[in-house]
Design a protein around this ligand. Sequence first.
Ligand code: KIV
Length: 272
Amino acid sequence: MPLQPTTKRLTSVDIASMKGGTPIVALTAYHTQTARLVDGLAEIILVGDSLGMVMHGFETTVPVTLEMMILQGQAVMRGSARSLVVVDMPFGSYEESHEQAFRNAARILKETHCGAIKLEGGAHMAATIEFMVRRGVPVMAHIGMTPQSINTLGSFKALGREEASWKRFVDDARAVAEAGAFSVVVEAVAEPLAAKITDEIAIPTIGIGASAACDGQILVLEDMLGLSARVPKFVKKYGAIGDQIRQAIEDYATEVRARTFPAKEHTYDMKG
Ligand code: KIV
């Protein structure tokens, strides 16, 4: 008889049902250990392709590969049991055709056992989203500032400051919702635009640098913990983990140099 998991993990359907209710908490995680810490406290753990910048020091997310996403997706699944784990599809793994998108999404689902994938793009990706959803792939969309398009956008700056430019973003949100996405990340758009999008579509919006009116919020874990060297202006730091790590390393180095480490109680007892 197959073993039944003792806790029920949230699904994309659970997240979709949270539209307009208690705000959804989402955070990124890329490793087993950080996934353990986030699991159950956030409804969604996103294995974001931001891992290319945060873990690997790339300037953008463009160099991230499908293999990198699968490896870290597996690590996060091993560290979690409650939250819905969403794995980002990296640049170049889904834009070419519906078939390419489905094939690579299926690999992510099969090889990581995560509950959903995320891809960037609005109206121009709607047909692909519909193709995937109809074939059993839960899709989280991502509109507004889409970091994988940095080479055509030119910079990571916020969008939609002028009301005259809003229509395109509202159309994007409607298109991905109608295509069957179960939720949509709305990144770095003007506050009233994010609020309007949230009002107008039937799926949860997950804001990042957008509006408190969104149905949920997401942050990059390392940014909000104070571990990242550079963070976007909108990020509130809830910790100073980078400073604590540095202090711990300095304390260790001081003890090693003073030959006071290892202290007697921290040596192996060979007899024991
Ligand atoms: O890659 C990522 O971490 C993301 C979030 C910031 C939304 O896409």
